[in-house]
Design a protein around this ligand. Structure first.
Ligand SMILES: CC(C)(COP(=O)(O)OP(=O)(O)OC[C@H]1O[C@@H](n2cnc3c(N)ncnc32)[C@H](O)[C@@H]1OP(=O)(O)O)[C@@H](O)C(=O)NCCC(=O)NCCS
Length: 164
């Protein structure tokens, strides 16, 4: 009986790397909080974009201004560290465009992107059209968020960047 109790204690204290990594992910997930604020710290925003190789990082004055004028802007925080954001542009009735969504590389794969999208979508229930331009690498992510390829349409743009 004593041996049995000892074995139980041993089993509880030894964890496989997979179990440890799951625990770390859950801890990080539970401490992330989400805000709907407009005035994001410029340096942190630029760092978030730069870390993902996005060309808007080279427009440090216009970028925070543009985000401030979003229809909805959700940011994700680990304490006072900005770790992700997503925004929309909309006519407020029929059409919503999901403009930017990005998470710091070291925080990706922990449910932050999906949570931001869920919060954004919640503001546009019943809208006729939810649209976005999916980066090739993120198509599977958007499908998991409920989006699908847009029929026979083709995305078209006039774009000043070189990162897509
Ligand atoms: C795309 C991005 C926003 C996703 O955010 P994230 O926090 O890493 O994603 P999540 O952890 O919320 O993932 C949700 C689901 O999508 C899956 N997923 C996430 N990124 C994926 C990818 N690139 N390819 C395939 N599946 C992916 C996850 O495995 C998870 O699947 P599950 O339902 O089995 O759990 C993030 O990876 C990112 O910032 N990428 C760089 C910028 C970018 O490409 N933004 C999108 C531009 S359109």
């Amino acid at each position: 009986m004593g041996a049995g109790r000892g074995e139980g204690t041993f089993a509880a204290s030894v964890q496989t790397p997979a179990a440890r990594s799951l625990r770390v992910r859950r801890t990080v997930r539970s401490r992330i909080h989400y805000r709907e604020v407009r005035d994001l710290p410029r340096a942190a925003v630029v760092q978030l974009y730069r870390a993902n190789g996005w060309s808007s990082a080279r427009k440090p004055v216009k970028l925070p201004r543009a985000l401030r004028h979003s229809h909805t802007l959700i940011s994700a925080w680990d304490g006072d560290k900005l770790v992700g954001l997503g925004n929309t542009l909309s006519d407020g009735h029929l059409v919503v465009y999901y403009s930017h969504l990005l998470v710091l590389p070291e925080y990706q794969g922990r449910g932050i992107g999906r949570r931001i999208v869920r919060m954004l979508k919640a503001n546009y229930r019943g809208f006729h059209q939810h649209v976005l331009l999916a980066d090739a690498k993120s198509v599977a992510f958007w499908e998991r968020c409920g989006f699908k390829r847009a029929g026979k349409t083709q995305p078209m743009w006039i774009y000043a960047g070189h990162d897509h």
